[in-house]
Design a protein around this ligand. Structure first.
Ligand SMILES: *[C@@H]1O[C@H](CO)[C@@H](O)[C@H](O)[C@H]1NC(C)=O
Ligand SMILES: *[C@@H]1O[C@H](CO)[C@@H](O)[C@H](O)[C@H]1NC(C)=O
Ligand SMILES: *[C@@H]1O[C@H](CO)[C@@H](O)[C@H](O)[C@H]1NC(C)=O
Ligand SMILES: *[C@@H]1O[C@H](CO)[C@@H](O)[C@H](O)[C@H]1NC(C)=O
Length: 833
């Protein structure tokens, strides 16, 4: 068993005991190390449960609560990427304020008593604009991203070193008394190596050496990179970690990303991952000997501003995470995982004591037993069958294992947790309208004037022009139509065809909207091809091309183009087809309203606003409103709108695009069997994202300015502000629901229903209660053939007026057994107010 001890930047071979003791006494010596079993902190092997919370995807005011909820959920570690393009918006100009205050974020994690896994990248992917790279980096002469390219390596080293030295000077590494126990260099590099071979391998080796040379004093990891050179640990990212093993026998098995759901794209259905399957994936990885699991995401949050990557990544980065986008715990996901974590922690000493003894218990059933020689004993009983319960014999006792589940026995005898048996409550969330708006409007130009414009022959690439300072680039050209064109005498109008590299565009003919077209997640390219109404003489064709997030993944995505690159043609003329591609084109970066800062309090006075608010394209809308009372999280319901952007008090809420309805398959969702991101989706035929998070801390008590820019001509009268709150809470608990609390109290038999209201609320109504064989799901329970008549009274008596209550699932409580010999359960739905 080789233990690799770290003193900053230097791997020392397998130690003698004396070396270990010495290094623990030296201030700057190894406080974090690893061996084949686990990360070792202060000499102790640890099973570490971690969750991703990305600091710019929430506000500093939300951070303490998110971190506390992560801690209450049983996590040891918070994992975050470092967002280069947020921190270095232009070369050498750094920004570490507000949502980008990395040091404050890490200090809050420290204050909560948790560790940090800092994924510096600086390539991060993350569905974040340009994968975290600043756009200016693309224009460094001779640069190629993520390969053995000197300008790239110099810039990458510069930024990585900057972050490491910042962390050191703030005393944030573990050996300094700080919370950082792990760092990551690069991100999911393996796929590039498989495709590109030697040159990129040399770069990966360089990246590892560069990182290790920065003397962080904590281990480095590279995720999804089988070649991670020593001493860097290769780790895995996926829905499961089943087939992963490290590239050296002396590295621990770590799952740096187990995906709690999946990202939402505009135009795509919204993905969900059932907690039964997520818990199964995590338990399976730990069962096999894994010692580090990170939930990606634990809180996904929001892609505020223009930070969403893609193209076509939605503004919501909810990810179906245990803490929802708005900072509220998602139940039963959060609670069931908390119980899983408690069960795993009960096994920790056994798990780290050595390797498991694996025994087959049936065709698709196995037991993993840890620590039987160490005085500890913990067992995992797995049933991989996707359909059937299995009754197995383990240590001379019978166990009933639900399909696709793992049962945890921290004493090798007692079931305290099963991944498929969710006993915690479910919360049904509501979005209740709290504020309506009275709008004023201002129409932006639909055929731009020539101020601030420039002319070129042919079509120009969009990002090269905008440098991503705006989503928008105008393209304008003139078309002369002779008087003798036959279509003027009653024939079909000519067809304008515009080929674009992406991502969306609107075409205006003589200032009138002719139509829009857009690409999608699978392919950003698009073709607009429609009849357009031209008149005799000179006509203006103006095209507003919009980007919707720059790519965050793919080979050399820095070379991918955006905008109208042509050809642009007009067909159906007397001459046949006319190619407009190589004409003179005028260009203008951004909208007039953007140049006037119409989204800000000072900018709004620069134009005349109309009291009416017609549905029309390229229109700015503004309204003032007072902050709703209370502390429920807020969102704007944009369901009636098309496409655009939202600002509140000058802060960008992000892009909205409810006009892009989700296409795809939203079939039934069943947790049994292998999960993938297309399996459990909602919103087909509806907007991918209707609600847009408004952080409370961005509001003043009164007089808040809400500004929208609408591209398509949506209906602003349908917009409202909504408050997110828990509607109903429900529980469904069977007589034999395993429970850690019962195990601790040596009271195995009494399963209990626990109901708990959000902070400050009390149970006011029991909507449904049945002890017997109730059916259905939260919000739609019904009585089964067996039902105790007192069910309702019992819950009313024990719960009404209380913030939380517990009721045992036993016949005595309900005035006797309504159906002896039948397996019973309690189902209850309650309202908190
Ligand atoms: C590295 O950083 C230094 C100091 O900020 C700067 O002068 C230099 O231009 C940077 N080099 C690169 C390649 O970014
Ligand atoms: C960017 O634009 C400049 C002119 O402004 C041009 O010289 C250069 O070739 C363009 N680069 C790309 C990649 O389009
Ligand atoms: C294109 O624009 C330039 C400069 O504005 C002008 O000199 C030239 O005549 C134009 N060419 C055509 C074909 O319109
Ligand atoms: C409620 O459940 C019943 C059966 O238990 C089912 O037929 C019905 O469709 C459900 N209703 C809703 C709205 O889900």
């Amino acid at each position: 068993m080789g233990t690799h001890w770290w003193s900053p930047g230097r791997a020392v071979g397998p130690p003698l005991l004396a070396v270990v003791i010495l290094s623990l006494l030296t201030p700057a010596a190894a406080s974090v190390a690893y061996d084949h079993k686990a990360i070792i902190i202060n000499g102790q092997r640890r099973i570490l449960l971690s969750g991703s919370i990305h600091y710019p995807r929430s506000t500093p005011q939300m951070w303490p609560d998110l971190i506390q909820k992560a801690k209450d959920g049983g996590l040891d570690v918070i994992q975050t990427y470092v967002f280069w393009n947020g921190h270095e918006p232009s070369p050498g100009q750094y920004y570490f304020e507000e949502r980008f205050d990395l040091v404050q974020f890490i200090n809050l994690v420290k204050k909560a008593g948790l560790y940090v896994n800092l994924r510096i990248g600086p390539y991060i992917c993350a569905e974040w604009n340009f994968g975290g790279f600043p756009v200016w980096l693309k224009y460094v002469p001779g640069i190629q991203f993520r390969t053995a390219n000197e300008p790239f390596k110099a810039a990458m080293k510069n930024f990585t070193a900057k972050i490491v030295s910042m962390m050191k000077s703030e005393g944030l590494f573990h050996w300094q008394g700080g919370p950082i126990i792990l760092c990551q260099i690069e991100n999911e590099f393996g796929p590039l190596e498989w495709d590109q071979g030697a040159p990129v391998k040399a770069y990966a080796a360089w990246a590892a050496e560069m990182a290790v040379g920065l003397d962080t004093g904590v281990p480095w990891i590279m995720c999804k990179e089988d070649d991670a050179p020593d001493p860097v640990i290769n780790t895995w990212n996926g829905f499961y970690g089943d087939y992963f093993s490290t590239n050296r026998p002396y590295k621990p098995a770590m799952l740096t990303e187990v995906w709690t759901g999946w990202f939402t794209g505009f135009g795509a259905p919204v993905p969900h991952r059932p907690v039964e399957d997520l818990a199964f994936a995590v338990a399976k990885f730990i069962q096999k000997g894994g010692s580090f699991v990170n939930y990606y995401m634990y809180h996904g949050g929001t892609n505020f501003g223009r930070t969403a990557g893609g193209p076509f990544i939605a503004t919501s980065y909810d990810y179906d995470a245990p803490i929802d986008e708005f900072g509220l715990v998602r139940e039963p996901k959060w609670g069931h995982l908390r119980d899983l974590h408690r069960a795993i922690k009960l096994c920790e000493m056994a798990l780290v004591s050595g390797d498991p003894v694996v025994t087959s218990l049936g065709n698709t059933q196995e037991s993993y037993v840890y620590g039987s020689n160490s005085g500890y004993c913990a067992a995992f009983l797995a049933n991989y069958d996707t359909k059937y319960y299995a009754r197995v014999i383990f240590n001379g006792m019978h166990y009933d294992l639900p399909p696709w589940s793992i049962t945890i026995l921290p004493d090798c005898k007692t079931t305290v947790f099963n991944t498929a048996k969710v006993g915690v409550q479910t919360s049904l969330m509501q979005m209740n309208p709290v504020v309506g708006f009275t709008w004023q409007s201002y129409g932006d130009e639909t055929k731009f004037d020539d101020d601030n414009s420039f002319t070129a022959i042919g079509l120009l690439e969009q990002i090269n022009m905008t440098r991503d300072t705006s989503d928008y680039l105008w393209y304008k050209t003139n078309v002369d139509i002779a008087q003798d064109e036959s279509f003027l005498k009653g024939g079909a109008y000519p067809v304008l065809t515009v080929m674009s590299a992406g991502h969306s565009l609107s075409v205006f003919v003589n200032g009138q909207l002719a139509g829009s077209a857009y690409g999608g997640l699978q392919d950003p390219r698009l073709t607009y091809s429609e009849c357009i109404e031209l008149q005799s003489g000179s006509n203006t064709i103006s095209i507003l091309s919009a980007s919707v997030g720059l790519p965050n993944v793919g080979e050399h995505f820095e070379t991918w183009n955006t905008g109208v690159l042509g050809p642009v043609t007009l067909s159906g003329l007397n001459e046949g087809k006319r190619d407009l591609t190589w004409q003179n084109w005028s260009y203008k970066i951004g909208l007039k309203g953007e140049a006037l800062n119409l989204h800000t309090t000072s900018g709004i006075s620069s134009v005349e606003w109309q009291e009416s608010y017609p549905k029309q394209p390229l229109t700015w809308y503004k309204a003032f409103f007072d902050a709703p009372e209370g502390s429920d999280p807020l969102a704007i319901d944009m369901g009636s709108m098309g496409k655009g952007q939202i600002w509140i008090n000058g802060q960008s809420i992000g892009r909205y695009w409810p006009g892009y309805t989700a296409t795809g398959d939203c079939g039934a969702c069943d947790y049994h069997g292998e999960f993938n991101e297309a399996k459990c989706r909602t919103n087909c035929g509806e907007p991918s994202q209707r609600w847009y998070h408004v952080p409370r801390s961005w509001l003043n008590p009164t007089g808040n300015l809400l500004v929208l820019f609408e591209e398509w001509g949506g209906d602003p009268s349908g917009i409202s502000m909504v408050a997110r709150k828990v509607g109903s809470i429900c529980a469904y608990v069977s007589e034999w629901q395993p429970s850690i609390i019962n195990w601790r109290m040596k009271d195995y038999k009494k399963a209990k229903v626990h109901l708990s209201c959000p902070e400050g609320k009390k149970i006011t109504t029991i909507k449904f209660a049945s002890f017997g064989t109730p059916q259905g799901v939260c919000g739609n329970f019904s009585e089964g053939s067996c039902h105790a008549r007192k069910s309702f009274d019992v819950f009313e008596k024990r719960c009404i007026g209380l913030a939380s209550c517990s009721v045992a699932v036993v016949a005595e409580v309900f005035g006797g057994d309504p159906c002896p010999g039948v397996m019973k359960a309690s189902a209850v739905e309650a309202i908190c107010e």
